[in-house]
Design a protein around this ligand. Structure first.
Ligand code: PLP
Length: 414
């Protein structure tokens, strides 16, 4: 009865609300990130950030996107601003398929492609479609922290696979897949986040042979492959495993992350499940954003735009490598990427990179500590440096500051 909860005096008798107790167990188990809390301190404009994996805004095609927005709104506003199909705008899907043909010589059926709200949503959809609580997921050690975050809510168990400079450690991969019976193997083979390494062709072929012997789906998370320095273009696992690979891609590093447009390519055996999961999540990725992006891509020489970004990051990467070689102490090991946005640093064993971040913020420089990228407490003396956001002078200054902090940290640890 509507009035049953009215007391004699007409005052509503409310049960006291305990909102936290209403939150799902899976969400309560997720912990706030210590690193995020530390970085909240890094607000001064004098801080030089090597922490975030943000594309450099100087490469955003602002003026061309104004033209593209005007084009689609003026010519087709009724449909551009309407609901649309879940799979994504057909013209944009065709454009992506053509890019796979041109770059990789791969034939990717448009009917196996779903436009997603960034590749981050692709990761989340993979969780929805594949992961029951307790399922085993194999992932690179170190692996992309956003992947760990997005999938943790589905309550998997993790099995780390050692990553070497040429790709996955093959013996370890075979052992992990055999022992863990993992459902999914998550890899970022091109200019990997966080290490910057790229799997060699031989490593990919060998990984594919191992994967074929197991009941596992390989997930290729590939937002960086367009960023090869000097126009290098690494390949896709779809070449080796067309029926056993889900490929995720993104326009975030190629055009702009604020567009929030990525894609997912899945074999026939599971594709429909993704369309259903996408429908339940957000019906479709912003139709307006997809149409603006497609209009922009049609009007642009994308190779010219990509070359601009590649050259910019190549210069910034070279500046960071040079500064590290100059200022850092002996015993420092770094990766030397030939694309992407990240350098991975391994310092002497006694370094604690979380504490080091605390000290570095005081000295006006930030990075991401290694443990952020492991599911099993690894990475204590490691860190990720992103060179994408700073120009050469800032990079030199920031690395000089960081090296001084590292020396003090090592002195104190003695
Ligand atoms: C490895 C990797 N995967 C996925 C993403 C998500 O990218 P987006 O959702 O912007 O496409 C990122 C973002 O930095 C990334 O580094």
């Amino acid at each position: 009865m509507l009035n049953a909860r009215l007391s004699a005096g007409g005052i509503v008798a409310r049960m006291s609300l305990d909102a936290p107790s209403l939150i799902a167990t899976r969400m309560r188990m997720m912990r706030p990130s210590l690193v995020r809390e530390l970085l909240k301190r890094a607000t001064s404009p004098n801080i030089i950030s090597f922490a975030g994996g943000l594309p450099n805004p100087k490469f955003f095609p602002n003026m061309s996107l104004i033209d593209a927005s005007t084009d689609v709104l003026a010519n087709d506003g009724g449909s551009v601003l309407q609901y649309a199909v879940s799979e994504g705008h057909p013209g944009l899907r065709e454009w992506i398929a053509e890019r796979y043909r041109v770059r990789f010589g791969l034939d990717v059926p448009v009917s196996n492609m779903l436009i997603t709200t960034g590749s981050q949503q692709g990761i989340d959809l993979i969780g929805k479609v594949f992961i029951d609580p307790g399922d085993m997921i194999a992932i690179e050690r170190p692996g992309y922290q956003g992947m760990l975050h997005a999938l943790s809510v589905y309550q998997p168990q993790w099995a780390g696979v050692t990553l070497n400079e040429d790709g996955l450690d093959l013996a370890h991969l075979d052992r992990v897949l055999t022992e863990s019976k993992a459902k999914l193997l998550m890899v970022c083979p091109n200019y990997q986040n966080p290490s910057g390494i790229t799997y060699t062709e031989a490593n990919r072929a060998a990984v594919a042979e191992i994967v074929k012997r197991h009941n596992v789906m390989l997930v290729e998370d590939d937002p960086y492959s367009e960023l090869g320095f000097g126009g290098k273009s690494p390949t896709s696992f779809r070449k080796f495993l067309p029926e056993q690979c889900i490929a995720l891609g993104s326009f975030s590093k190629l055009v702009a992350p604020g567009m929030r447009i990525g894609w997912l390519i899945a074999p026939n055996s599971v594709y429909e499940r993704f369309v259903i999961a996408k429908q339940g999540t957000d019906f479709h990725t912003s139709n307006f954003a997809q149409r603006v992006l497609h209009s922009y891509l049609k009007a642009t020489d994308i190779n010219e735009h990509v070359a601009l970004i590649q050259n910019g990051y190549a210069t910034q990467c070279a500046a960071m490598l040079k500064a590290i070689d100059r200022y850092f102490p002996a015993g420092t090991h770094i990766t030397r990427p030939d694309g992407g946005m990240f350098i991975w640093m391994t310092l002497p064993d006694e370094v604690d990179s979380v504490k080091l971040l605390d000290e570095a913020i005081d000295a006006g420089v930030t990075f991401l500590p290694g443990p952020t990228f492991y599911t099993d407490g690894g990475g204590k003396n490691q860190l990720r440096l992103s060179y994408s956001q700073s120009d050469e002078d800032k990079i030199d200054e920031g690395i000089q500051r960081l090296a001084a902090v590292v020396m003090r940290h090592l002195d104190a640890a003695e």
